[in-house]
Design a protein around this ligand. Sequence first.
Ligand SMILES: *[C@@H]1O[C@H](CO)[C@@H](O)[C@H](O)[C@H]1NC(C)=O
Length: 235
Amino acid sequence: MFPSFDIILAVAALSSKGLQLVSANPVAEVEKRAPYYPAITSPTAAAYWTIDHQAYVTWDASLVPTDADPIPWVQLYNTTDYGSANYVTTLASSFPAQPGKVTFTVPEVVPGSYFVMLGEWGQSSPHFTIGAIDIPSAPHIESPNTNTVWQLGTQQDVTWDTSNIREDAENIAFVDLYKTSSYGSAEFVLEIAVNIPPQQGSVSFTVPEDLTPEDDYFVMVGIWGNSSPHFTISQ
Ligand SMILES: *[C@@H]1O[C@H](CO)[C@@H](O)[C@H](O)[C@H]1NC(C)=O
């Protein structure tokens, strides 16, 4: 038998207002709290974790509902040669969601490229590096950048990214000002700061009046080669 004309009309009405019907009958009104699995904010792809040292996974604490359940686990994975996710170990279990952070000691894995999942399958970080050797603190420099102009005699900041720095990371050995010599080599100008806790994220200093105004200055932070782009010091 064919469906009655009435049924065909009802189906047509439903499909033309389908979305409206769904939102007019909200499932969300059912008083049942869903577990909270936040998006990972760190580690980012730039992260470097050292075996046997502290590391952490973070998420946006400001988005966590006050009554959120504890997060069941954070797990470490790497990718097999066939491209599938390979479970390595659980880094922490059943920790509160509200602080936006969980800290643990990096297990003794084979150094390489890993990622983490937080709370549920697929809630992943990008791949990042786990190494066996503690590298000196050399964070990514955010300022000065190519648009920076420092005027002689003014107070200025060198700033760096703190999102991947361990709590027990060594101090940054130096922040130095360089310029490019006429032969193209790096010419040391002055020491801006030494022995700075990396979590500080910045150091301030006053640009000496006696520097030559040029557009080929740069800073190095922590290790040789961890440099900012060229920027300008002006009159
Ligand atoms: C994944 O990690 C495990 C544990 O460290 C290691 O044995 C294995 O070789 C790694 N696999 C790849 C493809 O790197």
